[in-house]
Design a protein around this ligand. Structure first.
Ligand code: NAG
Ligand code: NAG
Ligand code: NAG
Ligand code: NAG
Length: 493
């Protein structure tokens, strides 16, 4: 039988002190640590590891030091809008105010003397000083890729960082990966259980794949283009001479980049004699196969002429209608006041039969209108700029999150939300749904298509409000860049 070492040391304390009582040994009142002589400290150590019993509970010989935690108003600055009514909930730009405080509305609202990391508070002003309308318990909807582990490729060939349910527990339906390949580097030949939808973020790449019928596929993509590899189909990804970065989205929140089926492991994990038989060769031919995963590794430059890498068998190529790529960078965006959107779903990209995405560009001060999705969670990625999102969940919770480039957002179905550009540059972000068609319910259109008597009876609004309700989907609504505007009466819808 084995005793835990802590029990054994208590036993030796009892023996040393000549005690006969049952374990554990009572703490010696005079010896602060209760284990003097047993713990040999390193050279230079001093003091006791534990304090004396006299510190337990109330004791008049333990007076308080009455240090102030009050921060004088002269010691901090308020951002524009910070003293407005909390329910108005203006965006608070804390990026450059001195000693930002979690204040909304009245200036005798609470301050934060610390401990704190100001950089987080400045980046998350809607968590730090929430709008008065935020309420209750909404699961965290934000994961910055900047605090994901960055898995390094071999010999500086690139890196990959991911968000899955481990990082963002609410994100059960989808997971994402941000991957960098240095010039000519590969993401190793592999396959996986999940479907993979990808958006090129920078640079250019050659991708290739094949299917069960022996039809092959190869294409070259650049920033703004999309690819899709169906579950189980093996694929290759190689950066061109200027390198690349891309975003992968998987239809399973538990997906992990570290759990894919790699060709190097396939070879390493089968008997060499079986490999020799399978590939009609001798053992010697297998002597130099990799003995560790390649994952991301340097490559020789791909020939620029794609025809040289168009390997086809008798089954030919994957037909264009089922193509694994879509050159979204060349699609004309749909323009509305306040921004643009490009939709890509199975109507234009049929192979990605369960992925519906929208790439939005929202001008400063404008916002993606209040809406929800009827059948799918939303996984989103912020590509440039910054914005905020309030997630409303039934019956009575809402929470506002701030996002900037490199952040993942996640809104469970059918929670309502909007995305307001809170910065000075165009906000570019991607919405991904698991749906056969991109769809949403616009709150404004819903009320516009509801008889006005019903809307008035519910919301106590006047005719001017009713007259502005649209009957079409707006997608984006323009706004003032300074974000302090609260009256849009003069603007026709
Ligand atoms: C691509 O990378 C280059 C080099 O860092 C950078 O200047 C450029 O802004 C990036 N492009 C995009 C679309 O992010
Ligand atoms: C590859 O070859 C096939 C014909 O075998 C052709 O249909 C297809 O367009 C080619 N693909 C590329 C990328 O050149
Ligand atoms: C590209 O490669 C194909 C196949 O090897 C060849 O027929 C064609 O001439 C090449 N094109 C150019 C522009 O070199
Ligand atoms: C936007 O620009 C204004 C004026 O230059 C500046 O004060 C503010 O901090 C900027 N806001 C952000 C979020 O960058």
């Amino acid at each position: 039988m084995k005793y835990p070492s802590s029990l054994l040391s208590s036993l030796s304390v009892a023996l040393l002190l000549g005690e006969t009582t049952a374990l554990p040994a009572p703490q010696n009142q005079n010896n602060a640590a209760g284990n003097e002589g047993l713990v040999a400290g390193p050279p230079g150590a001093s003091g006791e590891l534990r304090g004396p019993a006299s510190l337990r509970g109330y004791n008049p010989s333990n007076p308080l030091t009455q240090e102030t935690t009050v921060i004088p108003t002269s010691d901090f600055e308020l951002a524009p809008g910070q003293s407005e009514d909390a329910d108005v909930g203006l965006y608070l730009d804390l990026s450059s105010v001195r000693n930002p405080q979690p204040i909304r509305g009245s200036t005798d609202a609470p301050t934060d003397p610390g401990p704190r990391t100001e950089a987080y508070d400045r980046l998350n002003s809607d968590l730090f000083a929430p709008p008065g309308t935020d309420k209750g318990d909404v699961p965290n909807a934000k994961w910055p890729m900047g605090i994901s582990h960055n898995r390094q490729g071999l010999r500086s060939a690139g890196w990959a960082r991911q968000q899955n349910v481990n990082e963002l527990p609410v994100a059960t339906a989808m997971a994402g990966v941000d991957m960098r390949l240095e010039p000519n580097a590969y993401r190793e030949l592999h396959w996986h259980k999940q479907n993979e939808w990808a958006l090129m973020l920078n640079g250019s790449v050659r991708i290739a794949s094949m299917d069960e019928d022996g039809q092959s596929f190869v294409d070259d993509l650049q920033a703004g283009d999309v690819w899709f590899f169906p579950a189980g189909k093996p694929h290759s990804i190689q950066a061109f001479e200027n390198g690349c970065e891309f975003l992968l989205v998987f239809d399973d929140g538990k997906f992990s980049e570290d759990g894919t089926f790699l060709v190097s492991e396939l070879f390493a994990r089968n008997p060499r004699s079986v490999l020799a038989k399978n590939f009609r060769t001798d053992l010697q031919a297998l002597e130099k196969i990799p003995d560790e995963q390649l994952y991301i590794f340097p490559g020789t430059p791909a020939p620029q002429n794609i025809s040289e890498q168009n390997v086809t068998g008798p089954a030919g190529s994957i037909p264009v209608v089922d193509s694994y790529s879509y050159h979204l960078s060349a699609q004309e965006p749909y323009r509305v006041p306040g921004g643009t959107v490009k939709i890509i779903d199975p109507k234009s990209f049929p192979i990605a039969s369960n992925f519906a995405a929208a790439l939005f560009e929202i001008e400063p001060g404008a916002m993606r209108e209040l809406h929800w999705h009827t059948t799918s969670d939303e996984w989103s990625f912020f590509i440039s700029g910054q914005g905020r999102v309030t997630v409303f969940d039934a019956p009575e919770s809402s929470r506002t999150f701030d996002f900037s480039a490199g952040d993942v957002g996640y809104v469970p179905v059918p929670d309502s939300h909007y995305i307001e550009n809170t910065g000075n540059e165009t906000l570019v972000y991607l919405e991904v749904l698991l749906a056969p068609v991109y769809n949403d319910i616009s709150v404004a259109q819903w009320l516009g298509l509801t008889p006005s008597q019903i809307v008035k009876d519910h919301l106590n609004v006047d005719d001017a409000f009713i007259d502005k309700l649209p009957r079409t989907k707006q997608f984006i609504l323009p706004g003032d860049k300074n974000l302090l505007q609260t009256d849009f009466n003069d603007e026709p819808l």
